[in-house]
Design a protein around this ligand. Sequence first.
Ligand code: ATP
Ligand code: MG
Length: 568
Amino acid sequence: MLASKMLLSTLKDAPQEAKISSHILLLRAGMMKNEVAGVFNYLPLGLRVLNKIENIIREEMDATGAQEILCSAIQPKELWEESGRWSKYGPELFRFTDRHDREFCLGPTHEEVFTSIARDLVKSSKSLPLNIYQIQTKYRDEVRPRFGLMRGREFIMKDAYSFDKDENGLEKSYQAMADAYSKIFSRLGLKFRVVLADTGAIGGNGSHQFMALSEVGESDIVYCDCGYAADVEKAESLPNEYVDDSMGEVVEKINTPNTGTIEELKEFLNRDPRAMAKTIIYHDYLNEKFVAVMVRGDREVNEIKVVNALNTTENELVLATPEEILSLGSVHGFCGPCGLNVELLVDEEVSKMKSMLVGANEKDYHLINVKFGRDFTGTVGYFRKATKGDLCPVCGKPMSQERGIEVGQIFKLQTKYSAPMKATFVNEENKNVPMVMGCYGIGVTRTMAAIIEQYHDEAGIIWPLQVAPYQAVIVPINYKDESQSKLANEIYEKLKKEHVEVILDDRDAKPGFKFKDWELIGIPYMIICGKKSSENIVEFKVRSNVNNKEEISVEDAISRVSSAIKDL
Ligand code: ATP
Ligand code: MG
């Protein structure tokens, strides 16, 4: 490709709204352009990268025997009513009505559609197991579309769905997908970790996420050397007991002015927050009730565990307002379990405290020497967020914490969709039974951003060779110089013959300007034709090693690039 003919649009600065490297660099390098938050147009360079990511995914999916199809983004309301999700999915679902007043949504995911396909097309158990997938555009009206491709309102996903005769079959299909995902993310060059995950709105009974490790990731992971690793929403840890010897036996009400937070209370009483328990009141709109959750003073509530315990949804579990708390007979900042007439969920760690300090449901007062079982009771469960240093639930050693970008997630759906939607088959005992399903997603566009997060420097993107938009660029220092342009053209033709995806920078521009562009765009190899062109000597630069510039013969330069791409 000649640079003069390319739709290049590099920018010196990224627009204000871009906050993280991948977003900034995707815009600056002219990989994409956007008009509306969370909605993107992919330009030639960006699309080439996306196509390469998709092809790696496709190769590994096909290798498992999965078959590719392509579904519409438009899905009828009726299908979503069959699964029960039309009313449950909430404001993320883009809904619309056609001219005949028929209701539809733009698919945020395709469980219903694929279940319907299997229901209609799988006639006999001979067709099972079946795994079908697509690489297609999804729509989610996210509350906060941000960080560019990380969280879009329109994004590309690879979604696969497996259909098996029984649980055993599902286990095999699930494992095959887990293995394929590891191969895909390894081939993409990502440093990633596979973690246990919550099943969220998709449902089912087992799930793993594939996390690309990165500080800008929105997911928190706790992990242990023994191999245990989980998203904090899912993670558990052994209770960490703390005994405050100064606590007595008799409940006392103490005056604690202006101590509406644990931090203020800690300062005022000079006590460890681990001797305190906090009581957080939520309004569960789905079940139309209030519920209080208790965790130790140094802990955070794990809202996902609360959502699961209450069988509600994340959208419908909201912190109670100070007014609502007053109407329940308590005071914001001073809530406590004693005498509070609200359903109480008690974290197991709190239930094991010998004695604790809690809010007195009265402004500026707390109760001390309170005991679970004697002074209050409630449903004990796991409601705290696991964090760094907590003890591993498998081996008991302290765990570490890191951040990740969720690039993929796999779920054992079992019969969550096939039972209500009646996607059945006739089994060996001549019985009509629902197919046992799994579903498997990869965020294709988010993966592109994750690769940039792991592969960039101050100058720009450093694409791994296997996904680079072009593999090499030839930059004549001065294209008007005859020996330079002649040599550049010769190399260009030879590399094309070797099937290298190569750009010839034939632009009439200063060399520094050209170098900057290709470093920003992240082309893996640069061959510079300068003063020694007449001697058949070029400068050779590898993008991943900016400080290294070698003078080598043209033959060496060509063979280095062509042998690198043969290894792909
Ligand atoms: P998140 O928790 O980040 O919102 P999710 O768990 O809702 O994601 P899934 O339903 O598991 O997402 O979708 C499969 C994959 O699609 C995710 O692992 C992620 O890589 C990608 N994905 C999900 N939402 C978005 C989005 N808004 N923008 C870009 N990619 C997304
Ligand atoms: Mg997910």
